[in-house]
Design a protein. Structure first.
Length: 326
């Protein structure tokens, strides 16, 4: 069952008299109980996609087109109070830096209690007891004492666990995890990934995992969507995308990762950097860095080309090679 379905999502910001589309026609979906990893370099649009789904795009940006269906309801058409009720109760998000998401002058237990009471009619004692249960579930040691701690008294790993506990306080249908293991050491990272794996298994929560770490994708994801220049350029099962990458960008990403390079082989790198949105070409956004560029790549946006069951790629070169070029 598809719990979340995003279709042709477009998000823009004003640039003088024009508007720049930082998200340009993104489509993806999440089945109940699965993890979809959204991967790509910084500046590719991963976090902005998540903010667009939640209708939290910072002003003066706004979602301009598309649909975001949560179990059939279009979130983009909901009234503001109704959308506010969806956030936290049905879709929760773990932001990239927990210190900026937690109130530095409020005890962490109180913050989770408030999140529970915002969406459920329960008293403070019941909400505090639920918070304690969530802290223990999140693997926070000495959970009862930690309820009264301030954020600055907790390590990065513990703050991340508090954020996970808060995100799951209302057992949401969808959890968006934006770089949940960034800046954590490998031991804590492994513990956070195992916690997310348990939550998916025990509660059937669908997870949209935003990351640039292919190792994390290999550990947790069921499917993978690769983003570049505000668009999805490749999508498929984890084994397909990581084992048989078709798009030149995906291939370049994997060649640059130690775990995917051949032994004793020098790590490859993708030449150049992700250009700012104002400089994206009208056609394929990867045109300026691609080694397989064709004459019409810069002017014509590539359509989806199937390269396997459930595996699709947006690339003129791939379409030409398999005989599907226009």
């Amino acid at each position: 069952m598809r719990v979340l379905e995003v279709s042709d999502l477009v998000t823009g910001f004003p640039a003088g008299r024009e508007r720049i589309h930082v998200i340009d026609g993104v489509s993806l979906y999440l089945e109940a109980g699965e993890t979809l990893a959204l991967v790509g370099e910084s500046g590719c649009g991963k976090s902005m996609t998540a903010l667009s789904i939640l209708r939290l795009v910072p002003r003066p940006g706004r979602v301009e087109a598309g649909k975001v269906l949560l179990e059939g309801r279009d979130l983009l058409s909901l009234a503001v109070p109704d959308m506010r009720n969806v956030r936290g109760a049905e879709i929760s998000m773990i932001f990239q830096e927990p210190m900026t998401s937690l109130n530095p002058v409020a005890r962490v237990g109180k913050q989770v209690v408030e999140a529970i009471r915002l969406h459920e009619k329960v008293g403070v004692p019941a909400a505090r007891e639920r918070t304690l249960e969530l802290f223990r579930r999140a693997g926070i040691p000495d959970a009862e004492a930690r309820l009264d701690a301030y954020p600055h008294q907790l390590s990065g790993g513990l703050k991340q666990r508090v954020m996970i506990a808060m995100a799951l306080a209302t057992r949401p249908k969808v959890l968006i995890a934006d770089e949940p293991t960034t800046a954590l050491d490998v031991t804590i990272q492994a513990q956070i990934l195992e916690l997310l794996r348990e939550l998916k298994r025990d509660f059937g929560t669908a997870i949209l995992l935003i990351t640039h770490d292919i190792g994390v994708v290999n550990e947790l994801a069921d499917r993978v969507a690769v983003m570049y220049g505000g668009r999805v350029v490749e999508e498929g099962d984890r084994s397909q995308v990581l084992g048989e990458p078709a798009h030149p960008y995906t291939q370049g990403l994997l060649r640059s990762m130690p775990g995917f390079a051949t032994a004793h082989e020098r790590l490859a790198e993708i030449p150049g950097v992700v250009p700012p949105p104002a400089e994206w070409p009208a056609g394929c956004r990867f045109d300026t860095r691609c080694e397989r560029v064709l004459g019409h790549c810069r002017s014509e946006a590539p359509a989806a080309t199937p390269v396997g069951e459930g595996h699709r790629v947006f690339c003129h070169a791939v379409a030409s090679e398999i005989g599907e070029a226009p």
